[in-house]
Design a protein around this ligand. Structure first.
Ligand SMILES: NC(=O)c1ccc[n+]([C@@H]2O[C@H](COP(=O)([O-])OP(=O)(O)OC[C@H]3O[C@@H](n4cnc5c(N)ncnc54)[C@H](OP(=O)(O)O)[C@@H]3O)[C@@H](O)[C@H]2O)c1
Length: 229
């Protein structure tokens, strides 16, 4: 039977590329996204299940994950991909900006894992991949809160990796460099992405991590060769 993989933030960029790649590879991607219309349209176009889900809303996580389990039974994989960007001098951030980044990138990832991982551990089967960032591998200016949101997930992922592996469940992190997606534009930040990797290139790496069941791919990073030119 086709393996069911929940993807958060699957309505654009890396998440959407993952949906296509996983479908081609014989998985059943379960599309989720904060924009209900986009989510429904993509699900209908690709003939896949789709659910509106804002991961910054803890009640929505509980309700939607219960519905997905009811509709599809046990889940084989979760890719915590939903994320937002915040850039600029720390002093210019509003409290609302800060909360949105932490609620989405950090708490959203943790609560999604909390909703899905326990059943995987009980069954001794499953994979969780958290989309992190090179922003959680080193520090640089102007991304203090985005970086904090991802460093937290680096720690979370590493601890769950060692906690879950002996029980037959892989928890892994992917730490991409620049991806040519909507993320910066959505945040109102101009960015030259000519040298960035494509969402499809990044998705190919994640699908390899997911498929290679005998390996626990820890701290996997990658960027386009052009990014070094
Ligand atoms: N782009 C990069 O250079 C880069 C580098 C390193 C890591 N990453 C990480 O890669 C992941 C994917 O980002 P991307 O580059 O593909 O950006 P993207 O094209 O903006 O995609 C992000 C997705 O997350 C969704 N999303 C945002 N907030 C959400 C929420 N509260 N609940 C549910 N979905 C939500 C967005 O929905 P909408 O379609 O409604 O906007 C979108 O579908 C993120 O975790 C990001 O931090 C990106």
């Amino acid at each position: 039977m086709s393996q069911k993989i929940i993807i958060t933030g699957a309505t654009s960029g890396l998440g959407l590329a993952l949906v296509s790649r996983l479908k081609s590879a014989g998985f059943t991607p379960i599309i989720t996204g904060r924009n209900a219309d986009k989510c429904a349209r993509i699900a209908a176009d690709l003939d896949l299940p789709g659910y509106a889900l804002d991961v910054a809303n803890p009640n929505a996580i509980t309700a939607v994950c219960a519905r997905i389990r009811h509709d599809h039974g046990p889940i084989d994989g979760l890719i915590n991909n939903a994320g937002i960007w915040l850039e600029g001098d720390f002093k210019t951030y509003s409290a609302a900006d800060i909360r949105a980044v932490i609620d989405t990138n950090t708490t959203g990832t943790i609560l999604m894992s909390h909703a899905i991982l326990p059943d995987m551990l009980t069954r001794g089967h499953g994979t969780v991949i958290n989309i992190v960032s090179t922003g959680a591998l080193y520090c640089r200016k102007l991304i203090s809160v985005y970086s904090a949101s991802k460093w937290a997930i680096r720690g979370f992922t590493g601890c769950l990796e060692v906690e879950s592996a002996p029980k037959g469940v892989r928890v892994m992190g992917f730490y991409p460099g620049k991806i040519a997606s909507n993320m910066y534009e959505t945040a109102g930040v101009g960015r030259d992405l000519d040298m960035a990797m494509t969402p499809d290139q990044a998705a190919a790496m994640v699908v390899t991590m997911l498929k290679d069941k005998d390996m626990l791919w820890s701290h996997v990073s990658g960027r386009s060769v052009q990014d070094y030119v």
